[in-house]
Design a protein around this ligand. Sequence first.
Ligand SMILES: [Zn+2]
Length: 306
Amino acid sequence: MKQFIKKIIISLVPIRLIFDKFNPIFLYHSLGSNSNFSDNIDHVNIKTLENQLRIIQKYCKFVTIDEYIDTKNKKGLACITIDDGYKNVLEESLEVFEKLEIPITIFINSSTFQGRIFWRDKVRYLIKNKLVNEFIKDSQLFNNDHTEKFYWISKDPRFNSKKVEKELDKFFLKKDLLVNSSHNFCFDDAKYLISHPLVSYGNHSSNHYVMSSLSKDEQFADILECKNFLKRFDINKSNIFCIPFGGKDSFNEDTTSILKELGYKGTLLSENKLNKIINTYQIDRFMPKKFNIVETIKTLYLKQFI
Ligand SMILES: [Zn+2]
């Protein structure tokens, strides 16, 4: 019954009314037509992407996230942000953005360019291969209480991501195991940093650690490493920082103070929300995974507004 009422309300809310109060700041990850990616929860198919963009273009003007921050009157604006730098974004989806003349900003982790294995893949490997108990036995950071929800515990801000990764590396070295990285699907070569009028690149930190789990110095080093890496290339650069994991607990006051010190104009969150039309340092984004973008936006609006 509740679901039925919700459906009726959703059908009655005019989408234009939503865009009077909120800006849709899109957060995509992998974008392509390869069906192997359909298992990846963050993947969006090219056809879905084009449909979503064409619909939103009827109501909103797409600008870069930097233009958005700089614009005082934000009504009717929308932005595309793409996290983690999946190769398929440039190889498969760029033509869609070109066709529709929509600017995109890709937030990269510079460590993927050095071929480093993504630390979350090391955690996933432990879980998949039922090695969590054995790992915890050796661990100085975790105990038996952490076994069950290890995937989430391992990215809890209480545990320093850098130390977690060090322990994982020690364990894998001892066991002589080789982990494959999902980051192999992400930019690993400078050829992915293209000079293109519609494409800009931004800082998503070097290693995608949980910022709030790190000391201020460690945060500074991880943010600066990616900033300096991007500096070396003749490409459009964003002055916005994208928080790894993007939750309110994924960063802290130290992060904000570092970002302001380094000259960043804003930060991007990933809490699956529409962004209120106000000028703030933190910008909310949503993940448009479903084909029906209007329904997605209306559902988010109901959740946030009612
Ligand atoms: Zn990310």
